[in-house]
Design a binder for this molecule. Structure first.
Ligand code: NAP
Length: 290
């Protein structure tokens, strides 16, 4: 088994982006500027947003963190989105999900200008991705594609099983892996909570991408010998032996599966860092979008 080291691959991608930023600066241009909106004080969301701000600093982007209180209204957030859409000094922005119950996430997604939607969640960006047109591709699936590419994993003609069908991970992942591209050209099966023969389908995967948020759900009997396993899951499982009182746990039983597969992503240190690096790539691309 070889570890698919997302941390190292993300570092390499961020170094490439930093070179582009330095070139922009040297030419007298304005460096990319990412804004991140955090509503409430959920510990996980706060950590994710902070990691994104740190990544901006590492590669030379400008960043702005905007925090709204847990009881912020939908109108307040939509007004902020409108302001960011019209702020020419900001190239792209994200609104960290999940949002508090009083705010309709779909309304917020639709309100973000597609050019500034560096998370790639807006329907216009999803539609362009399906058509293979240049656009912002959802950061997590795009990060996984980049991880496969930079680690020379052959995907053509392989059976890729995507577990989970969310709009931000599973569904775009399935589309990207079935495209006529490299990585891509897979025969793709999507499985979800209503799938009858999960074990059998997963065990037939050459490439298994799991995004369900169920700690250690995928066990060795669901993994084919020599498969490439990508674990997207990040659940905080209580663990008093850890300083923070929890451990970040993937959707795959890593210990049980690791000796069976050819490659596997760790949690943490796999898909998470690639998502952030991919968000940075989208922000860099945003400066040339009209
Ligand atoms: P989500 O919106 O909750 O969707 C979960 C999907 O999993 C749904 O399609 C659901 O099926 C499916 N599912 C749930 N239980 C299942 C089961 N027992 N068998 C088969 N399918 C099942 O989740 P998400 O936003 O895609 O995120 C998934 C996980 O990835 C979470 O742990 C999240 O924290 C993590 N994540 C990590 C990153 C990263 O950068 N590392 C980024 C995004 C998400 P139905 O549609 O049938 O309900």
């Amino acid at each position: 088994m070889q570890l698919l080291d997302g941390k190292a691959t993300a570092k390499a991608l961020k170094e490439d982006i930093a070179v582009s930023v330095a070139e922009i600066k040297a030419a007298g241009g304005r460096v990319p500027h990412l804004a991140a909106v955090l509503v409430g004080s959920d510990g996980g969301s706060k950590t994710y947003v902070n990691n994104k701000v740190v990544a901006c600093e590492e590669i030379g982007f400008e960043s702005t963190l905007i925090e709204l209180s847990e009881d912020a209204s939908e109108e307040e957030l939509l007004a902020l989105v409108d302001k960011l859409n019209n702020d020419d000094t900001i190239d792209g922005f994200i609104v960290q999900v999940p949002l508090p119950d009083q705010i309709d996430e779909d309304k917020v997604t639709l309100a973000i200008h597609p050019r500034k939607d560096v998370d790639g969640f807006h329907p216009e960006n999803l539609g362009k991705m399906i058509l293979g047109l240049p656009t912002h591709i959802s950061a997590t699936p795009n990060g996984i594609v980049e991880l496969l590419k930079r680690n020379n994993i052959d995907t053509s003609g392989k059976h890729c099983v995507v577990v989970g069908r969310s709009n931000i991970v599973g569904t775009p992942m399935a589309i990207l892996m079935s495209r006529n591209a490299n990585p891509g050209n897979c025969t793709v099966t999507v499985v979800h909570s209503r799938t009858a023969n999960m074990q059998e389908i997963c065990a037939s995967a050459d490439i298994l991408v799991v995004a369900i948020g169920k700690p250690e759900f995928i066990t060795a009997d669901m993994v084919k010998e020599g498969a490439v396993v990508i674990d997207v899951g990040t659940t905080r499982v209580p663990d008093e032996s850890r300083p923070k009182g929890f451990r970040l746990t993937g959707d795959v039983d890593f210990e049980g599966v690791k000796d069976k597969c050819s490659y596997i992503t760790p949690v943490p240190g796999g898909v998470g860092p690639m998502t952030i690096a991919s968000l940075m790539q989208n922000t860099l691309n945003a400066i040339n979008m009209s």
